[in-house]
Write a protein that binds this ligand. Structure first.
Ligand SMILES: Cc1cc2nc3c(=O)[nH]c(=O)nc-3n(C[C@H](O)[C@H](O)[C@H](O)COP(=O)(O)OP(=O)(O)OC[C@H]3O[C@@H](n4cnc5c(N)ncnc54)[C@H](O)[C@@H]3O)c2cc1C
Length: 294
C-alpha cells in the first residue's frame, strides 16, 4: 500500500488476522497491522494516517478488546518491537516500553525486592494497555507507581506526561488517543520475602475468583457501578451460565463473558448487549462495558 511503501519489509502486514493477537482469539482482520521498529517510524505512521484520514487503533496483548467478526478498517498498531518492549531497572526506577509485558515486569520486580507493582499480579497485558485502562483490582492499580509516561499524539508529535496529567481514575486514564511508548515507574526497595508473600496472596486471590487463564475471556466485561459490583448484579439477575450461541456468562465469576473455542465475536457481542439489557430490566442499572468493543 502506497502509504507505507517505503517501510522495511515485515513492518506492515495487510489484511492481517487479529484473533490470534487477542485473549478472546476471536474477530476478523485489520486492513493493516503495523509494527513500528522505532519512535520515528511510529510518528511517521501516525502522521501519515492523520493526513490521509486513516483510522488508527493500538493493540496491546488484546486482554481487554473484542474485535468484531468483520474486523476493523485502517491501521492497528502493535508495539512488540524491542524498542517498545524493553525493560530497564536502575535502582528504584523502572522504565518499560509501552509494549512490554506487565506480568514479566511484576514478576521481575518481586524477584528483585522492588515494591510498587505487585498489586497487579495475575493481570495480563502490556504497559500501554495498563496505562490506558488503569488496570488493577482489590489490591490497587497501576497508577500509584507511575511517575512519567512518554506518548505520541495522533499527529505524530511526542510528549511526556506526568501522573497528574493522566488523571487516573477507576479503570480509566486521560491518555485519550495517544500511543504510550514508554513508562517510568517509581518503586521502592522492600523486604523480599514479605513482597513475595503479598504477590502470592494477590495471585492466589485472582486465580480462586476467576475462570482459569486458559479459558477464552477478557476479564471483567462491565465496570462496577458506584457502590456495587457488576458481577453481583449479573448473578442476582440469574445470568450465571446464560448462553448465546458460542458465548456464555462464566459460572465462576458472573462478570466474565466466555467464548467456546471456534466461537465468534458476534455471539459475544450479543451476549454483552443482552446481559446489559437484562440487568437493567432486573434492577434499573445500565452496566457500562469495561471491555473495549472495536
Ligand atoms: C483473565 C483476565 C483477567 C483480567 N483481570 C483484570 C483485572 O483484575 N484488573 C484489570 O484492570 N483488568 C483485568 N483484565 C483486563 C486486562 O488485563 C487489562 O485491561 C489490561 O490492562 C489490558 O492490557 P492490554 O495490553 O491487553 O490492552 P488491550 O486489551 O490490547 O487494549 C486495551 C485498551 O488499551 C489501549 N492500548 C493498548 N496499548 C496501548 C498503548 N501502547 N498506548 C495507548 N493505548 C493502548 C487499547 O487501544 C485499548 O483501548 C483481565 C483480562 C483477562 C483476560
Amino acid at each position: 500500500m502506497s502509504l507505507f511503501a517505503d517501510f522495511p519489509e515485515g513492518v506492515v502486514e495487510t489484511d492481517a488476522m487479529l484473533a490470534p493477537l487477542t485473549w478472546f482469539q476471536l474477530g476478523g482482520r485489520a486492513d493493516f497491522l503495523v509494527r513500528p521498529q522505532n519512535d520515528e517510524q511510529l510518528s511517521t505512521v501516525l502522521h501519515r494516517c492523520r493526513e490521509s484520514d486513516v483510522p488508527v487503533r493500538v493493540l496491546g496483548l488484546g486482554a481487554n478488546i473484542l474485535v468484531p467478526d468483520d474486523g476493523v478498517r485502517g491501521v492497528v498498531l502493535r508495539l512488540d518491537a524491542p524498542c517498545f518492549s524493553s525493560i530497564t531497572i536502575d535502582r528504584e526506577t523502572l522504565i518499560a516500553g509501552g509494549g512490554a509485558d506487565m506480568t514479566t515486569i511484576v514478576k521481575r520486580c518481586v524477584r528483585e525486592g522492588l515494591a510498587g507493582l505487585e498489586q497487579l499480579a495475575g493481570i495480563p497485558g502490556t504497559v500501554g494497555g495498563g496505562i490506558a485502562m488503569n488496570c488493577g483490582g482489590k489490591y490497587g492499580d497501576i497508577s500509584t507507581a507511575v511517575s512519567q509516561v512518554d506518548a505520541v499524539r495522533q499527529n505524530g508529535e511526542r510528549e511526556s506526561l506526568t501522573r497528574s496529567d493522566l488523571g487516573f481514575s477507576y479503570r480509566e486514564s486521560k491518555i485519550g488517543d495517544r500511543v504510550v511508548t514508554r513508562v517510568q515507574f517509581a518503586l521502592h526497595t522492600t523486604d523480599a520475602a514479605e513482597l513475595r508473600s503479598r504477590f502470592r496472596e494477590t495471585w492466589d486471590y485472582k486465580h480462586s475468583t476467576q475462570p482459569s487463564f486458559g479459558a477464552l475471556s477478557v476479564g471483567c466485561i462491565f465496570r462496577n457501578p458506584n457502590g456495587d459490583s457488576a458481577g453481583r448484579l449479573i448473578d442476582s439477575a440469574g445470568l450465571k451460565g446464560y448462553r448465546i450461541g458460542s458465548a456464555f456468562v462464566s459460572e465462576q465469576h458472573a462478570n466474565f463473558a466466555m467464548a467456546d473455542r471456534g466461537g465468534n465475536a458476534t455471539d459475544v457481542r450479543k451476549l454483552i448487549d443482552s446481559v446489559q439489557n437484562r440487568v437493567e430490566d432486573f434492577c434499573g442499572i445500565r452496566l457500562v462495558p469495561e471491555v473495549k468493543l472495536w
